[in-house]
Design a protein around this ligand. Sequence first.
Ligand SMILES: [Fe+2]
Ligand SMILES: [Fe+2]
Length: 198
Amino acid sequence: VLCLTVPTDSRWASAAIANLDAVLVDHAHCEMKAASNAMSLATRPPIYPDVARALASLAEEELDHFRRVIDVLEARGVTLGPPEVDEYAARLLKTAQKSARKTPSGSLAERLIVGALIEARSCERFKLLEAALRAAGDPLADFYRDLLASEARHYTTFVDLATRVTGDEAWVKGRVAELAEQEGVIVKELGVRATIHG
Ligand SMILES: [Fe+2]
Ligand SMILES: [Fe+2]
C-alpha cells in the first residue's frame, strides 16, 4: 500500500478484532496525536501560508476523526484512558532525525515525510481492519472504510507539502523510499500488537 516496504503481519487483523476496544482506544489517541502534530507543524518555521493552511485543514480533519472514534467508544461503553507512548512513531521520528537534513526547511520536510509514512501505515491497517470487520459482520467496517480513504489522501498531502517546502521532488521521493525501508524494519521488530501502528 502506498510507499510501504513491509506488509503488516497477517495475524495482526485477528489480534485487533479480538481486542477491538483496546485498538479503538489506541486509535482515538492516534487521531488526536495526528491533529496536534499537524497543528505544531503548521507553526514550525519556515512558515509558508499555503503549507500552514493545508496543515490546519488536516488538523481539523484529524480532530473530526477523533470525535468520531470517541462516539464509537462511548456507544460501546469504553472509557478513554491517558495516551500511551507510541513506540512506533517515536522510533520512526528518531530514525528520521539521525539522517535528517539540517536546514530549517529540510527538517520541516523530514517531519512531513514521517507524517506521510504514518498515514500510509494507518491506511494499510484500516484496510485490513475493514476487511476483518466485514468478514465478522461488524458494522464498524464502514467506519474504517471511510477513514482509510482520508488517510490515503493525507499521505499524498504530506508528500506534496514536503515537496513544496524543499522544492526538490527527487529528494522527497528518495527520502520517502529510504524512510519506508526503516519503517518496515520498525514494524517487523514491534511485531503483532493490539494497536494501530505498533
Ligand atoms: Fe485520521
Ligand atoms: Fe490522517
